[in-house]
Design a binder for this molecule. Sequence first.
Ligand SMILES: [Zn+2]
Length: 277
Amino acid sequence: MNIDAHQHFWMYNQHEYGWIDDSMESLRRNFLPNDLKPELDHNGIQGCVTVQARQTLEETRWLLDLAEHSKFILGVVGWVDLQSAEVNSQLKAFARNPKLVGVRHIVQSEPDDRFLLRPEFLRGIAALEEFDLAYDILIYPKHLRVAAEFAHKFPRQRFVLDHLAKPPIKDRQIDSWESGIGELAALPNVYCKLSGLVTEADWHHWKPEDLTPYLDVAFEAFGAERLMFGSDWPVCLAAAPYSRVFSTVKNYLARQAVNVRDAVLGGNAQRFWKLKA
Ligand SMILES: [Zn+2]
């Protein structure tokens, strides 16, 4: 089974999606399950994991509601206020729903570069294990060392790094990002999504070869058992149509054994989030 391990839905309005700037004009519309389904079908992908984009409890409720009505949405990575003293009751309210498989906080936008290590945030992460929820790490390369220190504190917690921490592909920089990835990948409870790479490349001129060195680092560091394909649709549309995003990873995997391809294109995501097919 092929699975898209990372995509978003939204009902667009400028107030809540202010990060969609003029350069991403084509993203200023609604993106709903009916828009995604044909893309998945066309590419032979049977299911997806949808990820929060807004930091509200309402967002989590809305995504779970979409998942209830669309069978192909196998899991939801929602948002709860991990820094709040109420985190347990917020988790309790959602955790009854088996489609909630993980939680994410938009750490990349926090002004404090050591946000992940704040005591209130650590307390929130400690609450996830009881509810058997994974945590999505959304950061920039500058946060990788702190993320390793963070994940090291929770050896039984499942973590997945989003978008390879957004390597500077457009600037063709790799060294400092690569050493940070090595530190985080050394922890066996951290997985990584092969997602969001086209958005870090030159949107108008990127070629699959531009992504190859970064995919090589990911395979070297995490190994094929801890990597999963994600499209980051519809954000990816700023740089490439869905099919081109998927075929880039699929073609990269073409030289690998069939069990490796199956694992990265779906099996690892299914196992990591315990998704029901
Ligand atoms: Zn995303």
